[in-house]
Write a protein that binds this ligand. Structure first.
Ligand SMILES: [Fe+2]
Length: 448
């Protein structure tokens, strides 16, 4: 695993290009393995109205690569201008995509391979200077992250797919090497630097770095577990409107929510379906496949709340010893298998308390990897935000309809995950690999 960080400024252009080429190839192998895992009928099928057919994602990553790397950076002629519209995510909603005259599985594979050949040639020849798109190979980084994000989306489609298991991976670490000292930690009031202006592949919505004052707060040392969530269900949490926001309760009634997605109760046991396997819900794992509304209801029931995005980021990267914000909870060096559950290395979150080597200075663990964490914050621009390279990347999603998620999941690649990375989605969504942790404002008596 190799991320391109601020230290890449020291690299000679050819060394940077070599690392970019490795990232492109590593990412493509993941896309291929996710799509080769099923047959052609499965590739063109729609496994849920929430998702595109896998074959759409596959050709779409090629289409974006053609637009940005071949045509824009490379200045080369269009390969397939006739299909631009089919693979423009803003032209067709996911549920309508199966009806489009999409490229078939074979054509899609040929198309993305041809685009990749051209993109590699562009990488080989381009001068990585003279514009934001090419400096530090930003456009290539954007395309790597884009493909990795679609790989995570395709992994979510695999989870929605019915049928025998086709994906395999070793189990994550089973227990904490060092037990967590407590269930929550206190983070004293004070300023910290939020966002980044130095991370070369950071996307527009993570920029720029800016000072934020955060009041005293407590945050859970690990994400809420399935065992925690059993107690919420068993105490009638889904039946009592008092724990839910008005919009959350309306949605709960309308969608008849009674447990996380993919859960089913039989007798005294909760079972879940996970990539085609039916298994008892493991009590010590972070809960996953819950909506923002469910997360918020749980937090209210527990006498807590969801963290704001600023609280989450401060817990994840502020080092009080230096007063600086780091790239990751453990420091500035890249994620390793000892620090975080990322990159589909495992097909599930690791138990709460795992990854002691990945804990933040405040003592909280598993902030990166395992499950995306819902925050209470709407997706909004940072002060000084500039849309780059196009408004549709982030700006059109700013507003009150999308909630921010942080930290990445077991299905998120390291190239598309850092402590500044912002994900967003509608508060009703739960097919994504999302869980949460709670925070609270300490009482005056506790602070005295
Ligand atoms: Fe996309």
């Amino acid at each position: 695993m190799s991320t391109i960080g601020p230290e890449s400024a020291e690299l000679a252009p050819d060394d940077l290009k070599n690392r970019v080429a490795v990232e492109l190839e590593r990412t493509r192998q993941r896309s291929i393995s996710l799509t080769d895992a099923v047959d052609d009928d499965d590739l063109v099928a729609q496994h849920s109205p929430l998702m595109s057919p896998l074959v759409w994602d596959l050709a779409h990553v090629g289409s974006q690569e053609e637009l940005w790397l071949v045509r824009d950076v490379g200045g080369r002629p269009a390969l397939r201008p006739d299909i631009d519209d089919l693979y423009d995510a803003f032209q067709h909603s996911r549920c309508d995509r199966p009806q489009l005259p999409l490229l078939g599985p074979g054509e899609s594979r040929d198309y993305i391979a041809t685009v990749r050949d051209k993109a590699q040639d562009v990488l080989h020849r381009v001068r990585l200077e003279g514009g934001r798109l090419v400096e530090r190979a930003f456009a290539f980084g954007m395309i790597v992250q884009h493909e990795q994000q679609h790989d995570e989306t395709m992994l979510a489609t695999h989870q929605l797919r019915r049928g025998e298991p086709v994906l395999h991976a070793p189990e994550p670490p089973s227990m904490a090497e060092t037990p967590l000292p407590s269930t929550e930690v206190f983070v004293p009031a004070g300023g910290f630097t939020m966002g980044t202006s130095t991370e070369p592949w950071a996307l527009d919505n993570e920029r720029p770095a800016h000072p934020v004052h955060v009041a005293d707060f407590c945050i859970d040392t690990h994400p809420v577990t399935n065992a925690d969530f059993f107690r919420f269900i068993e105490s009638g949490g889904y039946q009592q409107s008092r724990w839910w926001s008005e919009a959350g309760w309306r949605h709960r009634e309308h969608a008849r929510l009674s447990a996380p997605l993919f859960w089913r109760r039989s007798g005294d046991t909760w079972w879940r379906r996970r990539f085609g396997r039916i298994e008892p819900v493991p009590p010590d794992e972070p809960v996953v496949h819950v909506s923002f509304h469910e997360a918020q209801a749980y937090a209210n029931w527990a006498g807590k709340r969801l963290p704001t995005e600023a609280e989450w980021e401060k817990a994840a990267r502020f080092d009080p010893a230096t007063g600086k914000s780091m790239r990751y909870p453990w420091g500035d060096s890249e994620p390793t298998p000892e620090r975080a559950n990322l990159g589909q290395r495992h097909l599930r979150p690791a138990p709460a308390g795992a990854y002691a080597a990945g804990r933040a200075p405040c003592g909280a663990g598993q902030l990166i990897g395992d499950v995306w964490e819902w925050t209470s914050s709407d997706f909004a621009a940072y002060p000084g935000f500039e849309a780059f390279p196009y408004r549709e990347y982030s700006e059109v999603f700013f507003g009150t309809s999308q909630k921010v998620l942080r930290g990445g999941s077991f299905g998120t690649d390291a190239a598309a995950c850092r402590a500044t990375f912002r994900n967003w989605d509608f508060p009703i969504r739960r097919q994504i690999f999302a869980g949460f942790r709670c925070a609270r404002t300490p009482s005056r008596a506790e602070l005295d």
